[in-house]
Write a protein that binds this ligand. Structure first.
Ligand SMILES: [Zn+2]
Ligand SMILES: [Zn+2]
Length: 304
């Protein structure tokens, strides 16, 4: 049975209404409780997030250009500048989890409007090769702490999820000169998760579905866990290991939309999403830690 059929079957059963994968409405007000800072969070697709507090904005993994299959494999990366500026205009800083195109190919466009860029040495070098000023480029390491306006961000060494077949031909480091010949050849580089603190609220952003145990275990519990769903199957006990340390009050899925489909179209599930299995995990975390599943509509600023 395909996911669509399974979803339809569950919806057709009286008393059982499985959360849809991509809701188009925001969660109910005060979904984070009464003590949250005044601001908004926007899930921009893939692992992209924008946080706006008191008019100051930062983003993580800015990517909205979504080249199609042919462009991803056969043409140089080309950022959709209009779309990038609409999503990430006025951000003071962008934090990048790793340098694959679905996390990093729009970063130089974000930097063109003055944002500081934080990421691995590979991310920094890719931006440098696109003409981003040295003064805007900042290499992070495990444990790096950065303060931008009301936001404090810690870099956490992490790992990439295991993508079947693709991980055998993955490019790890940037070589030669210039840029890779297609988005698919953008190198991974080092992988980071991030912890964000703002106004007494803490957020862990698991940008990819691998785990580096010691840096994760160093973390304190958080209010919100954003967790990448793509390629999580290769990481044993992925959610249990994240939740055992982070004990999140709220779990929000991300990187679960198919990034080979233009954002002109409604979001579709990424390959091997296995939404029912994710819902089982979310229910387990609710029983263990009281974690609530919250979903954000793509591209909509949601107050918190
Ligand atoms: Zn990746
Ligand atoms: Zn990715």
């Amino acid at each position: 049975m395909c996911l669509t059929c399974l979803g339809s079957a569950m919806m057709a059963t009286p008393g059982i209404a499985a959360p849809e994968i991509f809701p188009d409405h925001a969660p109910a007000p005060r979904w984070l409780g009464d003590n949250a800072p005044t601001g908004s969070i926007t899930w921009t697709g893939c692992a992209g997030l924008v946080f706006d507090v008191d008019g100051q904005r930062i983003c993580f993994d800015p990517f909205v250009s979504n080249p199609g299959v042919v462009d991803t494999f056969a043409r140089p990366a080309r950022s959709d500048e209009r779309r990038v500026r609409a999503a990430f205009g006025d951000v003071a800083a962008a934090f990048v989890g790793h340098t694959h195109w679905d996390h990093a190919m729009d970063v130089a466009t974000v930097a063109a409007d003055g944002a500081d860029i934080y990421g691995s040495a590979t991310t920094v070098e890719v931006c440098r090769r696109q003409g981003v000023a040295e003064s805007q480029l900042h290499t992070v390491r495990d444990g790096s702490r950065v303060t931008v306006g009301p936001f404090t961000v810690d870099a956490i060494a992490s790992r990439h999820g295991l993508v079947p077949i693709a991980n055998k031909i993955d490019v790890i480091e940037l070589r030669g000169k210039g840029l890779p010949r297609s988005p698919f050849r953008w190198p991974r580089g080092d992988v980071f998760a991030y912890r964000l603190e703002v106004g007494g609220t803490s957020v862990h952003i698991q940008t990819s579905a691998g785990i580096e145990d010691a840096p994760l275990q160093r973390q304190q519990p958080v209010d919100i866990l954003f967790a990448c769903l793509a390629a999580r199957q290769g990481t044993p006990d992925y959610f249990d290991r994240l939740a055992a340390t982070l004990q999140p009050r709220v779990l929000i899925p991300c990187h679960h939309d198919n990034f080979l489909v233009s954002q002109d179209k409604p979001p579709r599930p990424v390959a091997r999403l296995d939404w029912p299995a994710f819902l089982d995990v979310a229910a387990r975390l609710q029983r263990r830690y009281g974690t609530r599943l919250v979903q954000l509509p793509r591209g909509v600023a949601v107050a918190f």
